[in-house]
Write a protein that binds this ligand. Structure first.
Ligand SMILES: NC(=O)C1=CN([C@@H]2O[C@H](COP(=O)(O)OP(=O)(O)OC[C@H]3O[C@@H](n4cnc5c(N)ncnc54)[C@H](O)[C@@H]3O)[C@@H](O)[C@H]2O)C=CC1
Ligand SMILES: O=C(O)[C@@H]1CCC=N1
Length: 270
C-alpha cells in the first residue's frame, strides 16, 4: 500500500528530511508539503517534485503527518489541523521541547503521536534523530518513523523523559562544533595564518577526529592521550582549556539548552 507522507511547515529541517527521503527512494508523488508562503511551496515543488497542499488537505490525504514548524507555532498549527486529522493518522513532531501529550490533548482521542529530535546534518544524511512514542503510538508507528528518519542518518529510540537532554546534546550539538571551529579559526588568525588556510586545517582536523571517534572503537580519552606527548605541545593547550573552565562551561551550556527545551514544552511564545 502506498503511504503518503506530508511535511507541514517545510523549513530547513522539513526540506532536509524530504530531500533525504527522496534520495532513499520515496516517490515525490507520495510526498506532500505545506508552507506558509506560496513562493516557498512553489520552490519546494520545483526543487523536489513534491506536491504543495494546504495544512487541512495534508491532514485529510496523508497517512503520516510530520510537523516541522517552530515550537512556538505548534499550537496555532494544531488549532488549524485538529478538525481535519482522523484518529488513524500517525502524527510525528519534529519540534524541540513540545511533549507528545501537547498533541494528544489537541487531536482526536487515540491519535498516535511520535516525537523526534533530529539535527541539521540531516542535510548530508548524517543526522542523529532521537525517537520517542506517545501514549497511542505502536511498534509499527515507531518502525515507520525510523524508516523515514533513517533516510537522513542514524536513529535512536529513547524514553520521552530523555528528549530534552537529547535535544541539548544532539539536536543543538552541531552548533557547538561549528562554534568550536569558528573559535579555533580565530586562534589561527592570532597565530598569523590566513583565514582560509586556518579554516581548512581545522575543518579537516575535525573530520579526521570525528571519523576516528566513530570508527576506531577507542574511548575519546585514549584518542586525546595519543595526541598528547610528554612535555609536548598539546598538554600546554589542554592546561589552558582546563584553566579556562571549558569542560565546566560545556556542562553548563548543555544544561541551559536542556532547561530551555523544558520551557518550550508549553508551546508558548515566551
Ligand atoms: N534547526 C535545527 O537545527 C533543528 C530544528 N529542530 C526543530 O525543527 C523545527 C523546525 O526548525 P527549522 O526547520 O530550523 O525552522 P524553519 O523556520 O526553517 O522552518 C519552519 C517552517 O514552518 C513554517 N510554518 C510556520 N507555521 C506554519 C503553518 N501554520 N503552516 C505552514 N507552515 C508554517 C515557517 O514558515 C517555516 O518555513 C522546530 O520545531 C525546531 O525545534 C529540530 C532539530 C534541529
Ligand atoms: O535551537 C533550537 O531550538 C533548535 C532545536 C535543536 C536545534 N535547534
Amino acid at each position: 500500500m502506498t503511504q503518503k507522507v506530508a511535511v507541514l511547515g517545510t523549513g530547513k529541517i522539513g526540506e532536509a528530511l524530504l530531500s533525504g527521503m527522496i534520495g532513499a527512494g520515496w516517490a515525490p508523488a507520495d510526498l506532500l508539503v505545506t508552507a506558509r508562503r506560496r513562493e516557498r511551496a512553489e520552490e519546494l515543488h520545483a526543487r523536489h517534485g513534491v506536491t504543495p497542499v494546504t495544512n487541512a488537505e495534508a491532514a485529510k490525504s496523508a497517512d503520516t503527518l510530520i510537523l516541522t514548524v517552530k515550537p512556538q507555532d505548534m499550537g496555532t498549527l494544531l488549532d488549524e489541523l485538529a478538525p481535519h486529522v482522523p484518529a488513524d493518522r500517525l502524527v510525528i513532531s519534529g519540534a524541540a521541547g513540545i511533549p507528545t501529550s501537547f498533541f494528544e490533548e489537541r487531536l482526536a482521542p487515540g491519535t498516535p503521536v511520535v516525537r523526534v529530535m533530529t539535527n541539521t546534518p540531516a542535510l548530508v544524511d548524517e543526522a542523529m534523530s532521537v525517537i520517542s512514542a506517545g501514549t497511542h503510538a505502536t511498534a509499527d508507528h515507531l518502525a515507520h518513523t525510523e524508516e523515514i528518519f533513517g533516510a537522513v542518518g542514524k536513529t535512536l529510540r529513547v524514553p520521552e523523559s530523555q528528549q530534552d537532554a537529547c535535544t541539548a546534546l544532539s539536536g543543538s550539538g552541531p552548533a557547538y562544533f561549528f562554534y568550536l571551529v569558528e573559535a579555533m579559526t580565530d586562534a589561527g588568525i592570532l597565530l598569523g595564518l590566513p583565514r582560509d588556510k586556518a579554516h581548512d586545517l581545522i575543518v579537516q582536523s575535525a573530520i579526521g577526529a570525528a571519523t576516528m571517534l566513530r570508527d576506531s572503537g577507542e574511548h575519546p580519552v585514549k584518542l586525546r592521550e595519543n595526541v598528547t606527548s610528554p612535555a609536548g605541545t598539546t598538554i600546554n593547550a589542554i592546561r589552558e582549556l582546563e584553566n579556562h573552565g571549558v569542560r565546566a562551561a560545556l556542562i553548563a551550556a548543555l544544561e541551559a539548552a536542556r532547561d530551555r527545551s523544558r520551557e518550550l514544552a508549553s508551546g508558548s511564545k515566551d
